[in-house]
Design a protein around this ligand. Sequence first.
Ligand code: ADP
Ligand code: MG
Length: 698
Amino acid sequence: MSSVIEKSASNLNLSMPVQYLKGVGPARAKTFAQLGVKTVGDLLEYFPRNWAFAPDAIKINQMEPDKTVTIVGLVESIDYQSYRRPPIFEAMLSDDTGLCRIVWFHGGFLQNQLKPGQVIVASGKVSLYKHQLQMTNPKFLVVDEKTHQPEQYFSGGVYPASAKLTSRQIRRIIAPVLDNLNDLVPEFYDTACLKKMNLVSRSNAFSWIHLPPDETKLTRAKRRLKYDELFLMQLGLALRRYRLQHFLSAPPCSYNQKTDQRIRKRFPFLLTEDQNSVIEEIVRDMQEDKPMNRLLQGDVGSGKTVVALYAALLAVANRTQVAIMAPTEILASQHFISIERYLKNSKVGRVLMTGGLTGKKRNELLRQIKDGEIDIVVGTVALLQKDVEFHRLGLVVIDEQHKFGVHQRLQLRKQLTPHCLVMTATPIPRTLAMTAFGDLEVSIIKHSPPGRGTVVTRWVARHDRQKAYEFIRQRLKAKSQAYFVCPRITSVEENDLLKAATEQWKNLATEVFPEFNVGLLHGRMPSLKKQRIMTEFRKGKIDVLVSTVVVEVGVDVPNATVMVVEGADRFGLAQLHQLRGRIGRGQAKSYCLLLAESESETAKERLEIMTRCNDGFQIAEYDLRLRGPGELFSTRQHGLPDLKIANIIDDYELLTLARKHASELVRQDPMLTGPEHANIRRVLLAKFGDSLGLADVA
Ligand code: ADP
Ligand code: MG
C-alpha cells in the first residue's frame, strides 16, 4: 500500500485527503478540490464521463468500412475548409502501408493542434466516401513517435478534467488506488444477495468503472454503482421515517361514527369517493400515537381543503389545536374564508393570523392560542415563529401548493411532533414521490368533485390577439369574469414586470375594454389593498383582473371563466397548469388562452401539451421528462446526497428494487447494528452525517 501514497500519510483510506496520494501535491490538491474531489473516497467516486475502447492499432491497408479501429500514422498534410457546411478539418495520415483521409466536422479548433510531421494515434469509425476509405471524427492523441503505446491512451476512462489537470493525469493518479479496492470498498451484501440481484462485487465495480476490461464489465460496474447509490439514498430515507415513527410521539385521536357524522354535517355536499378514501388513510394515521407524516396530492380544485378541514375537525374534537399554513397571505386568507364558510355557527374557535397584526391585538391573540382558547389558527409559515406557542398542538396542515418546502417541514418537526399533513396541488411524479418525499406517506385525490366545468385551452398567436379580445368581450357581456396574467419575469426584471402589468392594465381599461371594470393586482401592493381588490373581484365588481402571477395560488372565483396568459412560453408546464386551475371552478365551460410567440422547440411542445392535456399527473410526468430531474429536483436541496451516477428517471427499475431492499433491511435491523451491516452503516454515516440518528447508538 505504501507505494500509492507519499510518506507523510500512513494509511490509505477513504477519508484521506488526495493530497497525500502519489502525484498530487498541494497545487494539484487545489485543482482537485475545484472538481469537487477532496478525499480518496471522492476520487473513487469521480467517475469517468466517457470510456474509450480501442483494439490494438492496425495498419492503414487493413481498414474496412463500418468498423471502429485505431491507427497510428504520420500527419502528411492538413486542410481546413471553413466554407463547407458544416466546415471540415481534414488530415492525411500515412503509415508504411498506405494513406488515409481523416475528417473532423466542425474541426476548426484543430488548426492549432495538428501539424504536418506529427505522429498521431487516431481511433474512430471507418467509412467509404467517394470510393475511398476515410475515418470520421476520431478521437486522437499526438504521441511521441518512439515511446508511444496506443492502448495506454485509449483504454479506460475519460474524466471530466480541467486545463490544469488532464484526464490522463487523473487516470494515472487513480490507477494505483485501484489496487487497494478490497480494503477501501468492502462488500455491502452477502454472496447470496449479490447473486440474487445479479450484482458484481463492490471492488470489481469500482475497478471496472475506472478501468473497464470490456464493455460488458463496464455495464455491470455501472449497474452495481447505481444500485448502491440508490440503495443508500433509500436506506437513509427509510431510517429517517423509522425514526419519526418510533422515537417521536403525537397525540392519538379517538374516532367513532358520531364524530364522523358531526364533521360531515359541516359539508353541504357528499364527499367524493377519493376524498373518502384519503380521509380513511388520514384517520388511520391520526389514531396512532406516532406522528402522521402524510403528503396529500390533488389537482387544484380537487377538494383538498375539505379533506384538510376534516382532519382539523377531528383534531379539534380530540381537544387539540390545529395550525393551517399557506405560503402567502392571500392564500392563507382564502383558506380562512373557505373554512369560515363551512364553520358558520360552529363553536370551533378559529382565527386568521396575518403579518399586519401587531401590538396589543397580536399579543392578546398569542395569549389565546397559548391558553388553548383558539382551536384553529390559519396563517402563513410565519406561524412557525418562535413566539407563537400552542397549548396543545395536535395537527399541522401545510399547503405547499407548488413549492416543496421540505426544510421547513423538518424544522417544524424538531420543535413539536403534532400530526402533519402536507398538501400540494402539483402532482409529484412517482419517481419524485419515492425520492424527495421518500419519508412521507402519500395520499392522492385523482378525480375532482362533480359539477365542475371543463376548461378549453387554446394557444393564440400574436396576429390573433384582436380575435381573442373580441371573444373575451362576448364572455364579459354574458356576465363572466376574466383573468389576465402577465408574463413571468425574473427578479432582475421585477420593475419591468410592474411596468408591463401596469401598462397592460391601462391599455385594457382604456382601449380594449372601456365598457368594463378592469382591476390591477400585483405583488408589490400593500396587503390590505390586495385583499380589497380580490374581494371586489370575487363580488363581481371587477370584470377583468390584470395581475402578475400572484393569482397563481388559491383564488376561488367560480364566475371567472376566462384566463389569458400573456407570454405563456415563459412559464413552465406545472405553473401553467396551476394557473389554469383558477378557472373552471363553476359549472360553465371555461377558456384558457395562451398568448405566445416562441421559436423554442420545448416552449412549443409545452404549449401544445397544455392544449391537449388536462390531467395534472400526466402534465407532471411531461414536465419531468422535458426539464429533466435536475431542474425540478435537486437531491441536495432536500438534504440528501447528490446522485453521481444514477438517475431517478432512467434508473427507475433499480430505484424500485433498492427501495424494497432498503425497507426490508430497516425492518430487520433498524439501527444497522449487526456486524454484517457494519460496512453499509459506515458509508451511510459518512454520506448522511448525523441526520439519521444512527450516531446515537454508535
Ligand atoms: P383544493 O383545495 O384541492 O383546490 P377545494 O377543497 O378548495 O379544492 O375544493 C374546490 C371546490 O370544490 C370548492 O368550491 C369546494 O367547495 C368544492 N368541493 C369540494 N369537495 C366537494 C364535493 N365532494 N362535492 C362537491 N363540491 C366539492
Ligand atoms: Mg385549495
